[in-house]
Design a protein. Sequence first.
Length: 398
Amino acid sequence: MVEDLNDGKRLDYDVAVIGGGIQGVGVAQAAAAAGYSVAIFEQTGIASATSSKSSKLIHGGLRYLESGQFRLVRKSLLERERLIKLAPGLVKPVSFYIPIYISTSRQAWQIGVGLFLYRILGSFKKYTRFKRINISKNRTLPIKGLLNKNLKTVYQYYDAQTDDRLLTQAVMHSAQSLGATLYCPAKVTQLDIKDGCYTIQTENAQPEADRINAKFIVNVAGPWVNEVLAKVTGTAVNMLEYDLVQGTHIVIDAPAPEGVVYVEAPQDKRAVFIMPWKNKTLIGTTEKIYSGDPAKVVATETEIEYLKEIYTYYMPQQKVNVVDTFAGVRVLPKQATSLFSRPRDTVLHCSAKNLLTLYGGKLTSYRATAELVMKKFGSSLPAKKVVTDKSTRNIHLV
Ligand SMILES: Cc1cc2nc3c(=O)[nH]c(=O)nc-3n(C[C@H](O)[C@H](O)[C@H](O)COP(=O)(O)OP(=O)(O)OC[C@H]3O[C@@H](n4cnc5c(N)ncnc54)[C@H](O)[C@@H]3O)c2cc1C
């Protein structure tokens, strides 16, 4: 809804979303589908930050079972199933292989139990099937070139892959087709609350987006969420403390493996993926605390070497020619546990009246998170008549 008010040109919206990553576009889509007027602000470009730097997996997160994150795994598995149906061109099931060697720290039976639990949490749906492949000298390995020495067995199961940037752009297009307005590039520089309404000031935006009013703000600025909260005036805000954790990937010019190989890094036993990616091989990720400007995160030489070593160890016959690298940072709310076992689910935090901040989360569960955000609007916004007879549970993405 556009209104011309006396003190200059101002636009009024029910909801303003700050950040055009997967979480932001997901909220914009759900809010527009629920019939709200929605503006979304992105400072650089849709999916320009973390949402194009992920491992590009739409997955339940098998390894989260080890840290007891059953709810997140169940939610993610159900979302995976849904996204395969809603976005078949963007989210594709792929075989995963877990090779188990004499030196692997997790025993075959442990992986088997984990995969069975994965199947239960995924409600025994189609892509929860798994099997143990018998390895003998006479049989070819499921992955060409995989290290054969001391290999005991291989488990095969399913998860899915996507192009995170394209997925985020597709959700943005869907939100726009439902009526959401995108301001990009538009960096939110100030949020003033007065009479229960927020006025948003931006830079780099089109002149008509100079000052925009919104009744409800959803702060989904990824690694910048607390920076956005620091721009609020007229009310006290409370923020959560978090760590930024850098994750790097390398792309090498080696033939794409037949599926995703889920290996244990020989250096430190961390779980690392060797994945097919645009006819090449993608390897990642690393995990280290990052304290710089999130916009300037880059792969370090140490990380590149670490990932190259893993690949050379498991694919000893392949040459390692790194043709690309990328790095992103994830937001992990502070806790006294190791980075590995920190909860990976999104934290929805009320920072001030009608100002909701999202910390962390998964690409996979963006749609389910957006559904939760709709519930937080509660009585702050009047119930709207949905503009579509569908909810985001049924809206297809192209
Ligand atoms: C290395 C790595 C691998 C991962 N792999 C997976 C995976 O395989 N599967 C999975 O499900 N999840 C994965 N994740 C998690 C997932 O990628 C993230 O949870 C998700 O991308 C975060 O999205 P977001 O929208 O919260 O943040 P971002 O994508 O970072 O978006 C935030 C946006 O806000 C904008 N912004 C910031 N400040 C302002 C401002 N003042 N005004 C306007 N705009 C602003 C930024 O420009 C940015 O575009 C991974 C994460 C990392 C780091």
